[in-house]
Design a protein around this ligand. Structure first.
Ligand code: SAM
Ligand code: DTB
Ligand code: SF4
Length: 309
C-alpha cells in the first residue's frame, strides 16, 4: 500500500471519514458488539526501557510503587473480579524489556491456565519475544500478544532510545511467523505530527498480516515522565485515527485503549461509531486510573453495545 493512499484517507473531511468508516465497520463486524477486556499488571515498574510516556520506566521518578511478579492466585483473584465487572478477556502485562527465561514463561503460562479456567480469553504483553517463546505461549492457549509500534519510525527515537523501531518490528515478525494473533497500535498526543500518525498507520497496515487488534491510546500524561506536560490530545484526532484504521484494516478490531478517562461519553460514542470495538474496563489500566466500571456498564447499555465474548 502506498503512503499517499493512507494520507488521502486520513485527511478526508472528518464526518465523511466517520461515515465511510462506519460503513466499513458494519460490513465486517457486528456493530452492536465490543470486546471488553481487563489489564492485569502482573509485574509493575522498574523497567529498564526509557519510553518517555511510561510510568513504569526506571529512568523517571513517577512515584509508582514497583511490584515484583504476582502469584498465580493473585492473578486469578483479579481475573474473577474483572469477570464480575463484565470482562471476557484478560491481558497480562509485565514491565519487562523482553520475555525470556524458562521460569518467567512458565509463570505466565500458569497464570494463563488459571485465568482460562474461568472461561476467559488470555492475551499478554511481555515486551520483545523470540519465536520459540511465542510458540510456547500459543501452545498454552494464549490467544493474542500485544506489542505496539507506538508511533512513526521518524518520531520513535524522540520517545524511546533503549530499543529501535526495527527491534519492535522483529518481534511483530516473530509473532506473525509463529502464528500468534498480534495486537499492535500506537499512542497519540506525544507531540507527533499528522504525518507521524499517517506513517504509523501505513507501517501497521503494510505488515504481511494485519494485527487482530489495533489499540489507539491517547497519551495519559504521567507526572515525572518527559511527557508530563503534554496537552491532552483533541478528541477529533482520536476519532480520525480510529476511522482511518477501520478503513485501512477492515477486519482488525480497534481498541479505544488508554485515555478514555479524559473523554466525554459522547466522544467515546463517536469513536465506537467510527469503528472502535474493544475497550479496557476496570479501576485501573496498568498504573493509571480508568473510567468507573459502573459508568462504563451504563454507557454500553445506553449505546446498545454488548460484549463480543
Ligand atoms: N512492557 C511491554 C511493552 O512495552 O511492550 C508491555 C506493557 S506497555 C505499558 C504497553 C503499552 O502501553 C505501550 O506500548 C504503550 O503504547 C501503552 N502506554 C504505556 N503508558 C502509556 C501512557 N501513559 N499513555 C498511553 N499509553 C500508554
Ligand atoms: C495498549 O495498547 N494499551 C494498554 C495495553 N495495550 C497494554 C496499556 C495502557 C497503559 C496506560 C498507562 C498505564 O496505566 O500505565
Ligand atoms: Fe517498559 Fe513497556 Fe513501559 Fe516501555 S512501555 S518503559 S517497555 S513497561
Amino acid at each position: 500500500m502506498k503512503i499517499e493512499k493512507v494520507r488521502e484517507i486520513y485527511n478526508k473531511p472528518l464526518l465523511k471519514l466517520v461515515y465511510e468508516a462506519a460503513t466499513v465497520h458494519r460490513r465486517f463486524h457486528d456493530s452492536g458488539k465490543i470486546k471488553i477486556s481487563t489489564l492485569i499488571s502482573v509485574k509493575t515498574g522498574e523497567c529498564i526501557e526509557d519510553c518517555a510516556y511510561c510510568a513504569q520506566s526506571v529512568h523517571y521518578d513517577t512515584g509508582i510503587k514497583p511490584q515484583e511478579i504476582l502469584t498465580v492466585a493473585e492473578v486469578v483473584e483479579k481475573a474473577i473480579k474483572a469477570k464480575e465487572s463484565g470482562a471476557t478477556r484478560v491481558c497480562l502485562s509485565t514491565s519487562w524489556r523482553n520475555a525470556e527465561g524458562d521460569e518467567n514463561i512458565e509463570n505466565i503460562i500458569e497464570m494463563a491456565e488459571g485465568v482460562r479456567k474461568l472461561g476467559m480469553d488470555v492475551c499478554c504483553t511481555l515486551g520483545m519475544i523470540n519465536k520459540e517463546n511465542v510458540a510456547k505461549l500459543l501452545k498454552a492457549g494464549i490467544t493474542g500478544y500485544n506489542h505496539n509500534l507506538d508511533t512513526s519510525r521518524n518520531f520513535y527515537p524522540e520517545i524511546i532510545t533503549t530499543r529501535t523501531y526495527d527491534d519492535r518490528l522483529e518481534t511483530i515478525n516473530n509473532l506473525i511467523d509463529a502464528g500468534m494473533p498480534y495486537c499492535s497500535g500506537g499512542i497519540i498526543g506525544m507531540g507527533e505530527s499528522n504525518e507521524d500518525r499517517i506513517s504509523l498507520l501505513h507501517t501497521v497496515a503494510s505488515q504481511k498480516k494485519h494485527p487482530f487488534n489495533f489499540p489507539v491510546n491517547a497519551l495519559v500524561p504521567v507526572k515525572g515522565t518527559p511527557l508530563e506536560n503534554q496537552p491532552l490530545v483533541s478528541v477529533w484526532e482520536i476519532v480520525r485515527i480510529i476511522a482511518a484504521a477501520r478503513i485501512l484494516m477492515p477486519e482488525t478490531n480497534i481498541s479505544l485503549a488508554a485515555g478514555r478517562i479524559n473523554m466525554t461519553e459522547e466522544a467515546q460514542a463517536l469513536c465506537f461509531l467510527a469503528g472502535a470495538n474493544s475497550v479496557f474496563i476496570g479501576e485501573k489500566l496498568l498504573t493509571t486510573a480508568n473510567t468507573k466500571i459502573e459508568d462504563d456498564v451504563r454507557l454500553f447499555e445506553v449505546l446498545g453495545l454488548k460484549d463480543r465474548a
